[in-house]
Design a protein around this ligand. Structure first.
Ligand code: NAD
Length: 438
């Protein structure tokens, strides 16, 4: 690469020229790129883990589990199945076209843009890139400036491993992203908040570029009466406080009945101690808040209820203790926005009808979680609420299933990815009718 930084227009033109040679469409090129990306993750994983520690205080174990190994698994899943997924799919033809055959093919789109956020800055950049490469596209990858170490690491490592005329990393903040968005892409895949999602979609509309928007929201948890609260609390706490609560599908708030709430609060306090000890600030497994702006925002939410556990914070260390709040009112600050941090409010509702009403009065969440052994309760939650995905009995884990689509609905986003859904997102399903001449 030349010493002078290329302009966004030059980057896109260079990648488009590569795409037009046809080389990114070859199955061999695709599998080579995916294999090389896998090699980057396994050979240089420690460099990425170190960057994630610097940006978010992530432990090495968490960095591998939730970002590096996660992406390796996504690559393996794709490499094993890609050829099969790419086989043309036959379609029946109507009687009037007897003799003709019809099928669809997955056509690569061209040059795609992936814009990633800071909370899982490696996984959320590279997992979409896996799909884009598998589908035979050239890719511009834009990491988040709010995770500067991870951004620098991927900008340094990707060119060492991948075809630099087909994959480019463009680092930067709002001005750089705005300049990129002025270019014409064939798909834009954005992960982040809904305000910027609207900016992305507006920019894309100018070129009629399709978008995938992976957004967030307040993902509710319903805890039914008569559940094993020790198990519920252990699973909730480990899902909620992973990455210090900075997870798009983190349980945002808990709805339960007034009789269950006190026992659940106690069980959550015990679960937090089981995970991180009496003082989470000394636990190597507990992360930090990304920056002072988010730290200040989160500290402003800590008075929204009675503190059951946590509440301690330290601005210099960007540390906020895993915090559980009880007696929280729906009008309190913590219920006003997606929390995106280590604060878990418990609200009481008078049964399932009120819980469903509460959920449906708000934006459609990215995930809905429920802990219940009553099939009728599960069925009602599934059919009477709308969310990107559902986790029954376990938060977060649905997104680790590569055969499930991951994405939101309404305010939590549009489109989805992972596994073959990524291939579909980054391809055009082209219809072909073949009618014999003779
Ligand atoms: P962020 O601030 O890192 O922004 C995301 C990306 O948008 C960055 O690359 C940034 O450079 C770019 N950006 C910011 N302002 C821009 C502008 N004005 N114009 C163009 N680009 C701009 O991350 P964030 O938005 O704070 O991320 C947190 C949000 O993302 C939460 O709402 C969370 O729920 C959501 N999220 C969703 C998923 C998912 O998979 N659905 C995953 C992670 C996070």
């Amino acid at each position: 690469m030349s010493a002078r930084a290329e302009s966004p227009a030059e980057v896109v033109a260079r990648l488009r020229a590569t795409f037009r040679t046809g080389r990114t469409k070859d199955l061999a090129w695709r599998t080579t790129q995916l294999t090389r990306l896998r090699a980057l993750l396994t050979e240089r994983g420690d460099e990425l883990a170190e960057a994630l520690r610097a940006d978010l205080g992530k432990s090495r174990k968490e960095a591998y589990r939730t970002e590096i190994d996660f992406t390796v698994r996504e690559i393996d899943h794709t490499l094993e199945r890609l050829e099969g997924w790419l086989r043309p799919e036959p379609a029946p033809v109507p009687a009037v076209l007897a003799g003709a055959t019809a099928h669809t093919v997955q056509d690569p789109l061209g040059v795609v843009l992936v814009i990633a956020p800071w909370n899982y800055p490696v996984q959320l950049l590279l997992a979409p890139v896996v799909g884009a490469l598998a589908a035979g596209n050239a890719v511009v990858a834009k990491p988040s400036e709010l995770a500067p170490a991870a951004s620098a690491a991927v900008a340094r490592l990707l060119p060492e491993y991948l075809d630099t005329d087909a994959v480019a990393v463009v680092e930067g903040a709002v001005p750089e992203t705005t300049a990129l968005l002025a270019e014409r892409f064939d798909h834009i895949f954005y992960t982040g908040n809904g305000t910027v999602g609207r900016i992305v979609m507006t920019a894309a509309a100018k070129h009629l570029t399709p978008v995938t928007l992976e957004l967030g929201g307040k993902s509710p948890v319903f805890v039914d009466r008569d559940t094993d609260l020790k198990t519920v609390a252990a699973r909730l706490a480990s899902g909620k406080f992973l990455n210090a609560g900075q997870t798009c599908v983190a349980p945002d708030y808990v709805l339960t009945d007034p009789e269950t709430a006190p026992a659940l609060a106690d069980a959550l306090a015990a679960a937090v101690e089981g995970l991180f000890g009496q003082d989470a600030s000394t636990s190597p497994e507990y992360g930090r808040i990304v920056n002072e702006r988010h730290f200040d925002r989160l500290v402003g939410l800590l008075d929204s209820g009675r503190t059951v556990t946590g509440g301690a914070h330290d601005r210099d260390g960007k540390y906020i203790a895993p915090t559980v709040l009880a007696d929280v009112s729906p009008d309190s600050p913590v219920m006003g926005e997606e929390i995106f941090g280590p604060v878990l409010p418990i609200l009481t509702v008078d049964g399932l009808d009120e819980a469903i009403g509460f959920i449906n009065d708000r934006d459609k969440p990215l995930a809905l979680y429920a802990f219940t052994s009553d099939p009728a309760v599960r069925e009602r939650l599934l059919t009477e609420t709308s969310s990107g995905g559902v986790g029954l009995g376990l938060p977060l884990a649905h997104l680790t299933v590569s055969d499930l689509p991951f994405g939101g609905v309404g305010e939590s986003g549009m489109g989805n990815y992972h596994g073959r859904y990524s291939l579909e997102t980054f391809s055009h399903r082209k219809a072909v009718l073949d009618t014999p001449l003779g």
